[in-house]
Design a protein around this ligand. Structure first.
Ligand code: 16G
Length: 249
């Protein structure tokens, strides 16, 4: 799989320092399964040669992968892709909202509301949010774009007492939550690969059946109460976005 490291496959002018591009590329290859759990990365010297970078660059990229828990160094044996756990947790410092994330990257985000209101909770929502069937959930479904490009369809569900007025969410859900009692400070995410159905592909302006990522996020208050269950479908060609969200923790 040495072509994985060929510079033509990971380096682009103007997209940041080499070590960080290499790091993101390897992280994405691990996340997508192209680099399988337990497979070995080439030794530092070989990797530097194939990737056409200095050994210092390789070392920095690998150190970041190790810090993220994606790669482990086995003494005397080399660097290996770690077997991922089923869940990903993000800590408060990195629990960014879509709006903030795009802002940080100098992109302007917009949302088109597809559905919004109070509903009887589905069984999934009851489980994720610890609700009774007699409770109600606030639901907001949005098509989210960055610089005018549709990036994701997100459907967020929250207990009614946390978001009694879903119509108040105009741009950022987390901004509304912070103003009224608190946004999640911890989240658990599950990421899976999916193919877009007809409705989703139309909204995301992609071909039907195109590969995408589904991310389910359950967000918790510091008390441990789950208050957000968001199921999102994300364009996989904005993979950097997802990878960085995953890895910054
Ligand atoms: C992110 C979260 C989503 C959250 C949203 C809030 C992921 C995978 N998902 O998209 O769970 O509801 O941000 O963004 O990171 P907002 O405050 O801009 O509405």
């Amino acid at each position: 799989m040495h072509s994985t490291y060929d510079p033509a496959n990971w380096y682009r002018d103007g997209r940041g320092p080499r070590y960080s591009q290499l790091y993101r590329h390897i992280a994405a290859a691990i996340a997508s399964g192209r680099l399988e759990p337990d497979s070995q990365l080439p030794p530092e010297r070989d990797l530097a040669e194939i990737a056409e970078v200095s050994r210092v660059t390789v070392r920095k990229a690998v150190a970041q992968l190790v810090a993220d828990g994606l790669v482990e160094q086995r003494r005397g044996a080399g660097s290996f892709v770690r077997t991922p756990g089923p869940k990903l947790e993000q800590s408060l410092s990195t629990l960014t909202s879509f709006t903030e994330y795009m802002q940080q990257r100098g992109k302007s985000s917009t949302s088109q509301v597809l559905q919004r209101g109070l509903f009887a909770p589905s069984p999934d929502e009851q489980i994720a949010l610890g609700l009774a069937s007699s409770d109600r959930v606030a639901r907001i479904e949005r098509l989210r774009s960055a610089d005018g490009i549709p990036m994701a369809i997100e459907r967020s569900s929250l207990p009614e007492d946390i978001l009694p007025r879903p119509d108040q969410v105009v741009t950022s859900l987390y901004t509304v939550l912070r103003a009224t009692g608190g946004a999640p400070t911890r989240a658990v995410q599950r990421i899976t690969a999916v193919n877009l159905g007809p409705a989703e592909s139309q909204l995301l302006k992609l071909a039907e059946g195109a590969a995408a990522l589904r991310i389910d996020r359950t967000g918790y208050l510091p008390t441990g109460r789950p208050i957000e269950f968001t199921r999102g479908v994300y364009r996989s060609d904005i993979y950097d976005f997802i990878a960085e969200l995953r890895l910054e923790g």
